[in-house]
Design a protein around this ligand. Sequence first.
Ligand SMILES: Nc1nc2c(ncn2[C@@H]2O[C@H](COP(=O)(O)OP(=O)(O)OP(=O)(O)O)[C@@H](O)[C@H]2O)c(=O)[nH]1
Ligand SMILES: [Mg+2]
Length: 236
Amino acid sequence: MFFVWSQKRINVKLAFWGPVDSGKTTVVHALAAQVAQRVDDVDVPERDTRQAVGMRRNALPVEVDEPDTRFTTYFCHPPGEIGEFSGYPVHYQCKTPEQPLEGNLALEKVLDGISAVIFVADAARERQGANEEALRDLVARLSQRYQVDAGSTSALVEQLFGADGPLRLVLLANKVDLDSAVSGEDVRRGLMLPSWVEVVESVATGERGVFEAFTAAAQAMRPLLEQAQQRGRIPS
Ligand SMILES: Nc1nc2c(ncn2[C@@H]2O[C@H](COP(=O)(O)OP(=O)(O)OP(=O)(O)O)[C@@H](O)[C@H]2O)c(=O)[nH]1
Ligand SMILES: [Mg+2]
């Protein structure tokens, strides 16, 4: 996260990660629709005030499709509590890598400077192995970046995402509408994620669960914002 001094706002980054085809891009689009709806619900004086102080309006997700860098990115400033910290607006940059993943530099790019990951797992029973593989890959990449000690995936999850870790994690169990879907709790247990990892069940195609998971991630990041403020990276 960083503080944009010229605009007196906070920027935080979130990665939407998960196995191929779990619904990551659909989730980002559903989030945009949900945020847009909530922004419209905000009463007009507040919206005018926000525009008057130069806050960017909520854009739509954009797909960047360059030969070596393919990802979807979405920038938003949600209304309400998660849209503010210590009197400053909080803007969220959401990114997810796109296919084909081979040679896609965005796999690393989406992890640059993030504060949290929303892990979009596929609830379909037959995709549980793919979820595990994607989590292992994510944890391996983050372990290198944050130089946490080698260990089991569970141990690394604790070091990366636990109370003293640099990042936060929310598990989204997507596609729970499928006949073959297992519950969010079953997805969590299958991934051997500890009980403190928040799980949200979703149907991204119906926009269900998506804003809840985003809110959970935003709330989970608050202590990181507090730490940043204590270190002087965000003014008091
Ligand atoms: N039944 C069901 N289908 C879904 C849901 N979410 C996404 N899908 C479908 O799953 C397929 C893959 O969705 P994407 O959003 O492209 O998934 P992705 O994870 O971005 O895929 P890649 O970027 O190719 O790895 C699409 O056909 C979506 O319509 C859901 O909650 N339920
Ligand atoms: Mg995608």
